[in-house]
Design a binder for this molecule. Structure first.
Ligand code: RIB
Length: 279
């Protein structure tokens, strides 16, 4: 029987399909959807609020059964006006709209702490951070964990040590001059894409990683193992995040009344070649 009661579709919105973090997330979404006989409709919102509301509206018109929104630009307003008003089950990942009823919780405090501990253990005391100037909640928490650990180690770190740039390869690349101007011995890039762009920029200026400057990323995307030097990073279990988000959403679609569920997922440090001791 090919005719189903519902179309068994979920909409998935991510900020940037070009970032392997989100293709890995989608891999998890697809695996879990397939198992439950759902089909995901996937869109990249390109960090664009208008495009994002457009896709949201269109997905709702097409009567998707639920939505996973991993997009940084969604506003609380869009959530109220589009999602809540239409009574559609949804799950938010990594953004500002306030927690959804069901949640995938990643320990960003710990991620930031692990990043700082790693650099401190290598003897770094002049450390810079690259991140967006309007960070989502998870990034704010990540930075807070990082800062906390540096402070506990007696290392001076202020807002002046944070260079702002979009969370992309180009953003990281364009942050190079501002980073170099600070003369840090180590940089914590808030995600791997930023780290990769920055490493390119440093290379063009004749700076060696990690000999002149250590660079630590965050996410642990698959590229990390293939670039030179291999990128040290904080691992997020992103495929599992995609699977679990889908599981929770489909459970919610089947049972609107159950209480909110939270899945906690851990992070850990993957030391590779881009971080090393201070000379
Ligand atoms: O690379 C994408 C980044 O944005 C990740 O660190 C993720 O946590 C998201 O917020």
């Amino acid at each position: 029987n090919l005719i189903m009661k519902s179309a068994q579709t979920i909409g998935v919105l991510v900020p940037n399909l070009g970032n392997p973090f989100f293709s890995m997330f989608i891999k998890g979404v697809q695996a879990a959807s397939r198992e439950r006989h759902f089909i995901p409709l996937i869109f990249g919102a390109n960090h664009d609020q208008e495009l994002e509301s457009y896709y949201l509206q269109e997905l709702i018109k097409r009567a998707v059964d639920g939505l996973i929104i991993a997009s940084a630009s969604i506003t609380g307003e869009a959530i109220d006006n589009i999602l809540k008003k239409n009574g559609i089950p949804y799950l938010l990942i990594d953004q500002n709209g306030g927690p959804s009823l069901d949640r995938i919780r990643i320990d960003d405090t710990r991620g930031g702490q692990l990043a700082a501990q790693h650099l401190v253990a290598l003897g770094h005391r002049k450390i810079a951070v690259v991140m967006p100037d309007q960070p989502t909640q998870n990034l704010t928490v990540r930075l807070a964990g990082f800062r906390q650990t540096l402070q506990a180690a007696g290392i001076a770190f202020t807002d002046a040590n944070v260079v702002h740039s979009p969370m992309t390869k180009l953003g990281g690349y364009q942050a190079t001059a501002a980073i170099v101007a600070q003369q840090p011995t180590a940089v914590f890039a808030i995600n791997d894409e930023t780290a990769l762009g920055l490493i390119r920029g440093l290379h063009e200026r004749g700076l060696r990683v990690p000999e002149d400057l250590s660079v630590l990323g965050y996410d642990d995307i698959d590229l990390d193992e293939y670039v030179v030097p291999k990128l040290s990073s904080v691992h997020q279990p992103v495929v599992t995040m995609g699977e679990q988000a889908t599981e929770l959403l489909i459970k919610r679609i089947h049972n609107r009344r159950q209480s909110g569920q939270t899945v906690d997922l851990p992070v850990d440090l993957r030391q590779r070649e881009s971080t090393g001791p201070v000379d």
